[in-house]
Design a protein around this ligand. Structure first.
Ligand code: IPM
Ligand code: MG
Length: 489
């Protein structure tokens, strides 16, 4: 990461700042005021993103000049933005993360017992969420009258770099265990790859314990005994959901700041949303954005300032000066507004927490490097095709029609409806919709097929009034099938 090279010793570091929507401007004001009072040397370039930009008809919510600033400063402190509901608008968060290659989203969720109520006093976990892939690709289609789909994409390099980042992070911060959650008993290819890469990378870190859990039971354990977890590495969607759960059971989603790390650029933000209902009332808790700002200071080589600010924040929490969201009459001493909270932190600059663990960052922390390894590419062979068609009749009638359209090289092997085999040998209880996946393979089991044969098949389907919605090639990689079987097959 090149951010430390941006720093000219003693002089201000250019950063890009977005005040966002809803409560964004209030919590950004509070955050910058505290950081500056703490001695941060920052030269903010303010960009406009979110509502104002969407309202000008720019569906991405961000303009070219903003990208220029981000690519120049490579450091982004971002307040929450509101994504307009309904079709046509893109989530700006996701666009920024993916466009700038911010592959790891790091979310520390820890309890501040006895000062903030939690059922889990011993909780201290860091979620490292994959940030670019999975169902967040936003590649969705309505394919038939009745059926929509969303592509779940998991890549080996994308997984490898986030998993390596999690292990490197664990080493850097003296943590002992890295846990991975997937649902690879169901998604054997996509989640299966994430799990496999996790196991491969874990071998390189014998000093750390590694474990994998299926996400349902893992999530249940996380909600019940979060103190048993240390660093967690999760695919994007599970990471999104479980980081809110973890933050909330630790105390509040309002207390977690996140770093979105790329190999060039990094973005720092709270994990919560723009809370439009609370906007303009000077009520919101700025802690999530402030703690993100602290991580930004560590990132740009101002770890001394980060230490001062975070310790003052911890002391404020200990002193019971709390915003409404964490206020609890039995623990808190004063219910304060956003700006009063910022003042309270500023007053405590130079002090340390007395009960909670104080932090101490080195002034300069070298970036955590997590690059995928070079590896030979597998030998790939085309061995069949899944053709998806829209059809309103019975599976048997469709099967009979398709048998007639088979060729010696491409024979109908099965038809599934939403993944369940319905031909040959389906049963009448299976509920079917208008979307059918028809698998054609070489009759001698897995054998080579050509693209020309597939195109010829598609052409016969069109002529027969069964135009494909889409086709999906079936490939083997070094002889191993790269596709799932149908349920019941
Ligand atoms: C988060 C948020 C975002 C996400 C939304 C705002 C797109 O929930 O940062 O966790 O889903 O990643
Ligand atoms: Mg979220």
């Amino acid at each position: 990461m090149s951010t430390t090279s941006n720093e000219v010793s003693g002089s201000a570091v250019p950063i890009t700042v977005a005040y966002g929507d809803g409560i964004g401007p209030e919590i950004m004001d509070a955050t910058l005021r505290i950081l500056n009072a703490g001695g941060a040397r920052l030269a903010p370039e303010v960009i406009q993103i979110g509502r104002a930009v969407y309202d000008r008809g720019i569906t991405a919510g961000i303009e070219p000049v903003a990208w220029e600033s981000l690519r120049r400063t490579k450091v982004f402190l971002k307040a929450p933005v509101t994504t307009p509901e309904g079709g046509g608008f893109k989530s700006l968060n996701v666009t920024v993360r993916k466009t700038l290659g911010l592959f790891a989203n790091v979310r520390p969720c820890l309890s501040y017992e006895p000062f903030i109520a939690t059922k889990h006093p011993g909780m201290d976990m860091v979620i490292v969420r994959e940030n670019e892939e999975d169902l967040y690709g936003g590649i969705e289609h309505r394919q038939t009258d009745e059926v929509t789909q969303c592509l779940k994409l998991i890549s080996r390099p994308g997984t490898e770099r986030v998993v390596r980042y999690a292990f490197e992070y664990a080493r850097r911060y003296g943590r002992r265990k890295v846990t991975c959650f997937t649902k690879d008993n169901i998604m054997k290819q996509t989640d299966g790859l994430f799990h496999q890469v996790f196991d491969e990378v874990a071998i390189e870190y014998p000093d750390l314990t590694s474990e994998h859990m299926i996400v349902d039971i893992g999530a249940a354990k996380m909600a019940n005994t979060p103190e048993q977890f240390d660093v967690l590495v999760l695919p994007n969607l599970y990471g999104d959901i479980l980081s809110d759960v973890a933050a909330q059971i630790a105390g509040s989603v309002g207390l977690v700041g996140s770093e979105n790390i790329g190999s060039e650029v990094a973005m720092f933000e709270a994990i919560h949303g723009s809370a439009p209902k609370r906007a303009g009332q000077n009520m919101a808790n700025p802690s999530g954005l402030l703690l993100a700002g602290v991580r930004m200071l560590v990132h740009i080589g101002q770890g001394d300032v980060a230490t001062r600010v975070q310790n003052a924040w911890l002391r404020t929490i200990e002193d019971g000066v709390h915003t409404y969201d964490i206020y609890d009459p039995s623990r808190s001493k004063a219910k304060v507004s956003t700006s009063e909270f910022a003042n309270a932190v500023i007053e405590r600059l130079g002090t340390k927490p007395q009960v909670l663990k104080e932090v101490s960052y080195p002034v300069h922390s070298p970036p955590i490097v997590a690059k995928p390894r070079e590896r030979p590419r597998a030998h790939k062979e085309l061995v069949g095709v899944d053709v998806f068609v829209e059809w309103l009749g019975s599976p048997e009638a469709l099967g009979k029609d398709l048998e007639k359209l088979s060729s010696p090289e491409l024979r109908l092997v099965m038809i599934t409806n939403r993944g369940t085999k319905v031909y040959p040998g389906g049963i009448s209880e299976t509920f079917c919709v208008d979307h059918w996946r028809c698998r054609f393979q070489n009759p001698n089991g897995i054998g080579k097929v050509t693209h020309e044969e597939i195109i010829a098949l598609e052409s016969r389907l069109v002529t027969a009034g069964l135009p494909p919605i889409k086709t999906e090639g079936l490939f083997t990689f070094d002889g191993k099938p790269g596709f799932s079987l149908g349920q019941g097959q």
